[in-house]
Design a protein around this ligand. Structure first.
Ligand SMILES: C[S@@+](CC[C@H](N)C(=O)[O-])C[C@H]1O[C@@H](n2cnc3c(N)ncnc32)[C@H](O)[C@@H]1O
Length: 295
């Protein structure tokens, strides 16, 4: 059985912005009203929808804009991705704060970097699966002084291309590679000894047990999942109930936690740290941190 709350709390990171009460949330986010007023609409996460949302629209638009720049570096990418003036709500360790997307992104990166620092020091290869634009792995590679190899595995061609362009502009040691979580054709040695991490990505995988099995076969040294976990949302708080509804309405996969429990009970993996609902870019869908070691 997975033990919970084994790791350090994110309190070592200091939240940015102004704290707000849950009653102020509907003023800043359309989601509470949307979730309470419409109980039927479900935003299906079929492969076609994922490709439309990320490859064609979000990352596709960013790629078009980035390609027009003379210096498509990481600062330019962040400027395109995160507004410095608009205000939005995020959640930090169960509390709600208002800040700018740019500062929220910086705080999240500090949290992820801190989480990876412990084990990443000993790894030769650091791999992000479902890496999107590469925003996180580029940040980690820029901070590194050890010359480790970084790999960005991603479904969308536009996401991989953004990562390639920025990494090349910054002269970073980052390789990009295609990966479909639902057909994980990993080649031998690829993940051997590596640190694998994900951030709000495996929640799109339909059969997480298959994906984790395929990764574990390659003998990584550790898997760090930074993902929303349905089972960690509680029914005793308003935000917990809204989070459950948000998760279902967005058709995210609730099978990651059961998959980890199943692999743990079969003796394939040990969950050595869990921090629940530590950070939510979207306050109604906070991610939890789970650190897994192959047995
Ligand atoms: C919300 S974004 C997160 C990106 C990045 N991890 C981050 O935190 O900035 C989710 C990413 O998962 C990718 N994704 C969704 N389904 C996938 C699949 N079946 N295989 C691989 N990646 C997938 C999407 O293309 C998208 O880039």
């Amino acid at each position: 059985m997975i033990s919970t709350n084994l790791g350090p709390t994110p309190s070592q990171c200091i939240p940015v912005g102004v704290e707000i009460d849950v009653n102020a949330l509907p003023e800043k986010s359309l989601w509470p009203a949307k979730l309470l007023e419409d109980s039927k609409t479900v935003f299906q996460k079929t492969k076609r929808e994922i490709i439309r949302e990320f490859n064609d629209e979000k990352w596709g638009d960013l790629l078009t804009k980035l390609s027009e720049l003379v210096s498509p570096d990481h600062d330019a990418l962040k400027q395109l991705m995160f507004s410095e003036s608009e205000e939005c709500v995020y959640s930090f360790d169960g509390r709600l704060f208002v800040s700018t997307p740019r500062l929220i992104d910086q705080l999240y990166k500090r949290l992820v970097a801190r989480e990876l620092a412990e084990t990443a020091a000993a790894a030769r290869v650091i791999i992000e699966i479902g890496s999107g634009t590469g925003n996180l792995i580029i940040h980690l590679a820029r901070q590194s002084s050890t010359g480790d190899l970084y790999k960005a595995f991603e479904l969308t061609a536009s996401g991989r291309e953004i990562t390639r362009i920025v990494a090349s502009q910054e002269r970073l040691n980052i390789e990009t590679q295609f990966l479909d979580f639902d057909q994980p054709a990993l080649t031998a040695q690829e993940f051997n000894g590596a640190i694998i991490f994900s951030s709000f990505a495996v929640v799109y995988c339909k059969q997480p047990e298959n994906l984790l099995r395929a990764i574990l076969r390659e003998k990584p040294s550790e898997i760090i999942l930074i993902e929303p976990i349905f089972q960690f949302f509680d029914s005793e708080t308003l935000t917990g109930l809204l989070a459950k509804k948000y998760f279902k309405v967005n058709d995210y996969c609730d099978q990651l936690y059961p998959a980890i429990q199943s692999l743990e009970s079969q003796g394939f993996v040990k969950c050595v740290a869990v921090n629940k609902n530590v950070f939510g870019h979207n306050p109604l869908c906070p991610v939890s941190l789970m650190r897994l070691r192959p047995v």
